[in-house]
Design a protein around this ligand. Structure first.
Ligand code: F6R
Ligand code: MG
Ligand code: MG
Length: 365
């Protein structure tokens, strides 16, 4: 059977209002563009968003890293950018970092999560998308889904899951990657992924079947204009059921909001709040960071859905808790750990302040 590819490409090409949401006209334009230009390429597509980021969810038979599919996504974002410019939306075209497309959208600004697999007799998948945070935000939930028996009972009582999973981890600083096997290497795995600013889970594989189970938009950081880019607002695909985490096991980690880096000016730590697409526009202090979960049944390459999972009231308490944590963290104002460590902040005035104060520093006795 021909292998299907599920490709999710995201970009922020203009916010409505500020960095909070996507204007409906941009979503309309993206849909029209894919409808008109994706006919010979795509099997199906859905356009969605989380906060100010547009997600293009696409299926096709061209494999991962396909130049034509990536170009189509790039051109779609260009087209949506035209609308954003007409409406003078905030930061129009901000994630399209180069003037021209060259082969692959990686490193050009948009984030990409994609995987190729043989479509099973029934193929449930979840596309997670987050705003106001970074790819390392998936480390905690992916660990819980695929390695923590207190989250995923299937690891204990489902013979198809009992062998565990392999984690592909990227070192974003040294541009290296490593494959680690759970449960045998759990402690080594946690030494790395517990530091999500540097080590990110790129993919997860079933040890029973060798099949890919998850892929995220974690990618090599690209130095551009003296800054490392391509780190923002990640997406992640998780295949579910029948030897993989049940839908409910994949959603469960988000019932207890974990702390992620991002929020205001990409320079703060805050709780990741699970929300419906409708409620995904960050407001308070440009946050708190949000995550949506869109469920699809894939049927002969068609995307049946989405099911907006976090719209469920079962996640109300998680939202309340996230708000409580947000209250507490906001009280700390400019102090760590609310403010990120010096090296992790997206904004800083440190060079100017040091320049101004350098003559006033004295040696200590
Ligand atoms: C964080 C984010 C926002 C902006 C903030 C300031 O990822 O997008 O919190 O950083 O609104 O934006 P500018 O500098 O564009 O005024
Ligand atoms: Mg933005
Ligand atoms: Mg965003």
């Amino acid at each position: 059977m021909e292998k299907l590819t599920l490709t999710v490409i995201k970009a922020d090409v203009g916010g409505f209002v500020g960095h909070s949401d996507v204007h409906p006209k941009l979503l309309e334009r993206a849909e029209e563009y894919l409808e008109m230009n994706g006919k010979n390429l795509l099997q199906d597509f859905k356009v969605s968003h989380v906060g100010d980021d547009i997600n293009l969810i696409m299926t096709h038979y061209r494999g991962v890293d396909n130049g034509d599919v990536h170009r189509l996504a790039w051109d779609t974002f260009q087209s949506a950018t035209e609308v954003a410019r007409e409406l003078k939306l905030y930061g129009a075209g901000q994630d399209l970092l180069k003037d021209a497309f060259s082969g692959n959208v990686k490193g050009l600004g948009p984030g990409v999560a994609e995987m190729e697999f043989e479509e099973r007799p029934s193929e449930p998948v979840i596309v997670f998308a987050a705003d106001k945070t970074e790819p390392g935000a998936w480390n905690y939930p992916l660990y819980k889904m695929f390695a923590d028996p207190f989250n995923t009972i299937g690891l204990v009582i489902d013979p198809k899951m009992h062998n565990g999973f392999e984690f592909e981890v990227y070192d974003l600083k040294d541009n290296k990657k490593i494959l680690l096997s759970a449960p045998e290497e759990l402690y080594d795995l946690l030494v790395l992924i517990g530091a999500p600013g540097r080590y990110c889970i790129k993919a997860v594989y079933s040890k029973s079947t060798g099949e890919i189970a998850s892929a995220s938009s974690t990618q090599r950081l690209n130095p551009m204009a003296g800054k490392y880019v391509g780190k923002d607002d990640p997406v992640c695909i998780v295949r579910c059921q029948n030897g993989l985490p049940a839908v409910g096991e994949a959603l469960e980690p988000f019932a207890n909001p974990h702390m992620v880096s991002g929020w205001m000016r990409g320079s703060h730590s805050g709780p990741l709040m699970p929300v419906s697409v409708r409620d995904s526009a960050p407001t308070r202090f440009d946050g708190p960071p949000r995550v949506v979960a869109l469920g699809f049944q894939i049927c002969n390459g068609k995307l049946i859905g989405p099911q907006d999972f976090f719209a469920d009231s079962a996640f109300d308490r998680a939202r309340e808790k996230a708000n409580e944590i947000a209250d507490y963290m906001r009280h700390l104002g400019p102090f760590e750990p609310h403010r990120l460590h010096l090296e992790e902040m997206e904004y800083t005035t440190m060079p100017q302040v040091m320049e101004k104060l350098k003559h006033r520093f004295e040696e200590m006795e």
